[in-house]
Design a protein around this ligand. Structure first.
Ligand code: SF4
Ligand code: SF4
Length: 99
């Protein structure tokens, strides 16, 4: 699927175990990435500072659902259910978001 406009759910719902360029702490679940613009685009898209796991992630109905609200719900749920195993890693498996 194509990444939908005005979504940004994958830049908000998951926590990141890495400190993203420009942030002074690993992003918390539900916290917008510092590079997420007000129109839900990545301000560092195409730049080397963009994390590898962002570059590797592809829009997929499994994670993105059929709406922004559904994506936020799915990704938040994944975050909650995977948190104990990943100790605060992203909602995505290392296969989907390698770092
Ligand atoms: S959750 Fe999916 S559709 Fe939404 S911005 Fe991320 S990749 Fe795109
Ligand atoms: S760096 Fe860009 S793609 Fe990655 S989480 Fe932040 S805004 Fe989203």
């Amino acid at each position: 699927m194509d990444c939908r406009i005005n979504c940004g759910a994958c830049c908000i719902a998951p926590s990141f175990k890495q400190v993203v360029f420009g942030m002074d702490h690993p992003k918390h679940a539900g916290e917008p990435c510092i590079h997420l613009t007000t129109d839900m685009r990545c301000a560092i898209y195409g730049q080397p500072e963009r994390p590898g796991f962002c570059q590797a992630f592809r829009a997929d109905p499994l994670f993105c659902g059929s709406s922004r609200e559904e994506a936020l719900a799915i990704l938040s749920d994944l975050e909650r259910t995977t948190l104990p195993l990943s100790q605060g890693c992203t909602a995505f498996s290392s296969q989907n978001r390698p770092d």
